[in-house]
Design a protein around this ligand. Sequence first.
Ligand code: HAM
Length: 416
Amino acid sequence: MIAKPKGTYDLLDLEAKLYNYIEDLAHKYMVNYNYEYIRTPIFEASELFHRTVGESSDIVTKETYDFKDRGERNITLRPECTAGVVRSVIENKLYGNRNDALKYYYLGTMYRYERPQAGRFRELTQLGVEVFNSFDPLIDAEVISLGYNFIKELGIENFCVKLNSLGDKETRTTYREVLKKYFEPHLEELCPDCQNRYQTNPLRILDCKVDKDLSIFKNVPKISDYLSLESKDYFQKLKEYLTLLDVDYELDPNLVRGLDYYDYDVWEYTTPDGIAIGGGGRYNNLVKELGGPELPAVGFALGVDRLIIELKKLLEGKTINKEIDCYIMSINEEEKRFALTIAQDLRLNNVICEINSTNLSLKSQFKLADNYHAKFLIILNSEELNKGLITVKDNATKEEIKLDEKDLVDYIISNI
Ligand code: HAM
């Protein structure tokens, strides 16, 4: 037997249903917010991720699936989708002469060579949004609340938004120096990764999972004390808008996020046990850095696998019944042919139905119809069919009626 690769899983039964539920809701939900669907390749030139996600991020240093294709090109399976969407916006000049916000959403698989554990996979699915061409806290509030409301709409209530501001470039330059000064006398106490981060990106020391309990972390200077005036104003407005929209947020001065492209606000949707079910932020410089025009942007991605895990917890102990509208019963060839055509007629009229395709006895078909929780049984019988009649049984009341064959579809449609 060949087993699935480490860090992947098969979407089966309930998980598959929950995935469909999330996907269906996403497509409906995004329409209300006027976001357009975008689909970019699962693999891209490796350089794209080195220049966007960042050389100092864990994702690029340790977690990408890189390979050379047969044409000797360096290719990477996307670890996230922001980079691909930005590339597409630039390559297709989607910004054109537009004076409105460009709003996109995506849903797809990403690949990260992480150490698999609960809720952490090597093949993961993200649902994300990216908005370009607006630099107004109003749009950040729209984006943050979109993710917040979507999670709630799914039925997950127990989470909050952790929010921080990394300020503009000026803020981060000042703060980086402050942090370096602070950590310098304690370098030896930090883990090897953080000793590296000290050189490449000291801000990332703040969200180290290994060092977070060290006593030196208790008094780390807060970035909020170093925000430039403009960054402070922007963040203040954003917080007011979020309050206006009833978004339950919590300030987290140590939230820096693991990707290098952020500035201004960053946030995560977090469960009480500290699991990030999504995260995002503003990234005003990325489009320009990748060769595009000056185009401010903001976005987030939700971890669909983690949403499924949360939904499964909510459904624990509850049974979800498969429900169909009709089960069509047949035994001999004539009845089978009739079942096949009548099933097609019903299905084309949006009636969910099933036929006997495994030569079951009548008794087993009755049992199967119950397992499917069929609302109606359509019981075909050659003798009746010759007279143009069909028996329909209401599976809840057990009442049976005989219908003229040509009235069947209308009867079912008006009674389900
Ligand atoms: P991220 O925080 O790396 O951000 O990922 C977003 C979400 O994807 C996480 O909060 C988590 O729920 C899920 N996720 C990440 N890695 C895994 C994994 N190995 N297994 C399962 N789920 C995972 C981004 O990817 C940014 N592109 C978000 C963004 C969009 N920022 C601006 N625009």
